[in-house]
Write a protein of this length. Structure first.
Length: 203
């Protein structure tokens, strides 16, 4: 008989797999049976707001993915810098031509963030019939106005935290006024579109 101790190599992966299998079987046995029909007991209530937010987030992600797939590769930093320099030079030549033809005209104002906000606001108001001359029937593009107002809302959302206090105040004020005008106009349209009440029945 040899004094050398005997030892056995145990594959721990197999033991772990067996333990996990036994654990799953135990959990399945302890779990209550699923109801097969309608039950009068408590039911799981799904939070509608969370479900809608998740669906909207998923739709936005799908739209962004689709947009990315259809776009070409973005320009490099060098290409963008070169194009910007060429654009600035071309704009300067245009300013020189304007001043040559109109000596009294001063330099063109620098376009800033407030010009973008103002352009979207004016577009929305014109689409809602503002600026119509007296005696003329206003031409209203309510769907286009909604798109312009939505663009202002997107601008406010995407620039949150990156604006100066005055820029944020202008944007929020303009967005509030445009939405109020939209509400007033759609309220009038709803009243006008309402069918007249039926005539009273003759006795």
């Amino acid at each position: 008989m040899s004094d050398t101790p005997k030892f056995e190599v145990i594959d721990r992966r197999k033991l772990k797999a067996d333990e996990e299998k036994e654990g799953r079987q135990t959990a399945e046995a302890a779990a209550p049976p699923e109801p097969t029909g309608p039950s009068a007991g408590p039911q799981l209530v799904v939070n509608e707001a969370k479900r809608d937010a998740a669906a909207q987030k998923s739709a936005e992600a799908a739209a962004e993915s689709q947009l990315d797939s259809g776009l070409p590769e973005p320009p490099t930093a060098a290409e963008s810098h070169e194009q910007k320099a060429a654009y600035d030079a071309s704009a300067q030549r245009l300013d020189d031509l304007i001043r040559a033809q109109n000596p009294g005209a001063g330099p063109q104002p620098v376009v800033g963030f407030e010009h973008l906000v103002q352009q979207l606001y004016v577009t929305a108001m014109l689409q809602m019939g503002a600026g119509t001359q007296e005696g003329q029937r206003p031409r209203v593009d309510i769907v286009g106005a909604r798109s312009s107002i939505d663009l202002l809302g997107i601008l406010a959302e995407k620039t949150r935290g990156n604006l100066s206090p005055s820029e944020d105040r202008v944007l929020q004020s303009v967005l509030f006024e445009a939405r109020m005008a939209f509400l007033e106009l759609t309220s009038m349209m709803t009243v006008q579109a309402a069918p007249p009440p039926p005539p009273p029945a003759k006795k």
